[in-house]
Write a protein that binds this ligand. Structure first.
Ligand code: BG6
Length: 479
């Protein structure tokens, strides 16, 4: 085809998962403690408390997850029944390198992932791997300051070298980080967002802007080096990096608001600019210098950026925001930087629902980078209860997904955007990343567990599981 009139035959219909939100088994199989393993349960308006170590008698949601580590054989069968073409999942760094500094990897961790990937491939489900999704070894965070430190690049490369060598032939699509741009999101208590992405905790009196910019720089540099490493080990490898994309619309038509909303987006896009174009942009360097921030940039970094351009772009899309001149109007504690759009409905957790925003994001990335796009996450968190009658009739989720997939189809057919796949968050109800709750359910498949980790862990496909299976079967024809 020289243009899209439908979803292409090889479109990657998938779901997404992250290790620390589903695996559990936090101290089994030789696993070390990760930064996610010391985050307690939070809730709406209640940030997750972070401990310095695992304390007795405290409930840490990642410790059980949804017990995927033990239940994956049956779970993979459920995914196969839906006809998934791919599963985006993350590997837990601490299963491979428990502290992050070891010379050789933990064989049990490798064995676990080999078996899991084999099972997926046997069902023709391609594993797409996020190398670090909201966790790093706690040891590296506490002894090296996480991504504050340039030395992290070498630990990370060592980990990646192991993955690319071990899983050569099983995995070809890799994602270096999840929502790398949220490392600099200082709107929410700076700690929570940065901590998730890069493992950084800010000490009192530290220069947050300096550290945020520097750590993002190191993570970008690590990404570029990993792209080259991946290609050197296997030319089949394709590497991307996930951004959280939330288009920022101007609240009104005042020219100043339009300008501000453009600039607001720029603070996220400079990262994709760097990684796709292969150089750290001069505008960013000058902006930082003007603010009195000087980054540790070594002469050899330039070559690394040039040699490590991404093969494809990837983003998570949940919601758009609005940009206002008066930031005091922004709701406090909102996960997304920005104001509320009075034209859009929202979930109980305040995430606004905007399918057109997905089409906007696809157009933005397609025209700006001209690389294949993978949608790495999209979905809706709802409160749901198992009653005697199964399956759960999650019509609200189906409506959300349908509207977003229709927007994606419009982007393909009407705008001729080059999108290669869609990973729905999530196949199962999992631990919420921002709140640690189970009650914020995103799954096509219900998991019987409450916020305190009690329940049978039984899996019960919801109405949406059947609906998504049908969409996949028809390759999106009737959307
Ligand atoms: C994305 C993350 O930001 O949003 C996922 O990549 C996360 O890990 C998802 O689960 C939904 O967020 P939450 O906090 O509702 O689980």
């Amino acid at each position: 085809h020289d243009f899209y009139s439908q979803f292409p035959d090889d479109f990657l219909w998938g779901c997404a998962l992250a290790a620390h939100q589903c695996e559990g088994a936090w101290n089994e199989g030789g696993k070390g403690i990760s930064t996610a393993d010391v985050a307690r349960l939070g809730g709406i308006g209640k940030a997750r408390q972070l401990d310095d170590s695992v304390l007795p008698h405290v409930h840490y949601p990642s410790h059980l997850g949804i017990d995927f580590y033990h239940q994956w054989p049956q779970d993979v069968k459920l995914l196969a029944e839906m006809g998934l073409k791919c599963l985006r999942l993350s590997m837990d760094w601490t299963r491979i390198y428990p502290k992050g500094i070891e010379a050789s990897p933990n064989p049990e961790g490798l064995k676990y992932y080999h078996a899991l990937f084999d099972a997926l491939l046997a069902h023709h489900i391609e594993p797409i791997i996020t190398i670090s999704h909201f966790e790093i070894p706690l040891f590296l965070a506490q002894n090296y300051g996480a991504w504050k430190n340039r030395e992290m690049i070498d630990f990370y490369l060592h980990y990646c070298q192991t993955l690319f060598t071990e899983f050569k032939g099983q995995v070809t699509r890799w994602l270096t980080f999840n929502e790398i741009n949220h490392n600099e999101n200082t709107s929410e208590a700076a700690m929570a967002s940065a901590y998730r992405v890069s493992g950084i905790r800010y000490d009192r009196g530290e220069n947050i802007s300096q550290i945020a910019a520097q750590s993002s720089y190191y993570m970008m540099l690590a990404t570029a080096k990993v792209v080259k490493l991946a290609h050197d080990i296997d030319p089949q490898n394709q590497v991307g990096c996930v951004l959280a994309l939330h288009p920022s619309y101007a609240f009104d038509c005042q020219p100043e608001t339009a300008l501000k909303s453009l600039q607001c987006l720029e603070s996220d896009l400079y990262i994709a600019d760097t990684l796709c174009r292969g150089n750290f942009p001069d505008y960013k360097r000058r902006q930082l210098a003007k603010r009195g921030l000087t980054l540790d940039i070594q002469p050899e970094d330039e070559c690394a950026f040039q040699q490590g351009k991404l093969d494809f772009v990837a983003f998570n899309y949940y919601s758009s925001t609005v940009c206002m001149l008066d930031e005091s109007q922004y709701p406090q504690g909102n996960h997304f930087k920005g104001g509320k759009n009075p034209k859009l409905p929202e979930t109980k957790w305040g995430w606004q629902i905007d399918p057109t925003g997905l089409r906007y994001a696809l157009n933005l990335f397609d025209r700006r980078y001209q690389l294949p796009i993978l949608i790495t996450e999209n979905g809706i968190g709802l409160e749901e209860k198992l009653s005697g009658i199964e399956p759960i009739e999650d019509d609200q989720r189906i409506a959300y997904l349908k509207a977003h997939l229709q927007a994606l189809k419009q982007a393909l057919i009407e705008d001729q955007v080059h999108c290669i796949g869609y990973c729905l968050w999530s196949c199962f109800d999992v631990i919420s990343a921002t709140t640690g709750e189970m009650r914020k359910r995103y799954g096509l498949i219900y998991v019987d567990q409450d916020d305190e980790g009690k329940g049978t862990l039984r899996r019960c496909p919801k109405k949406s599981a059947q609906w998504y299976a049908q969409i996949i079967k028809e390759n999106g024809k009737n959307l």
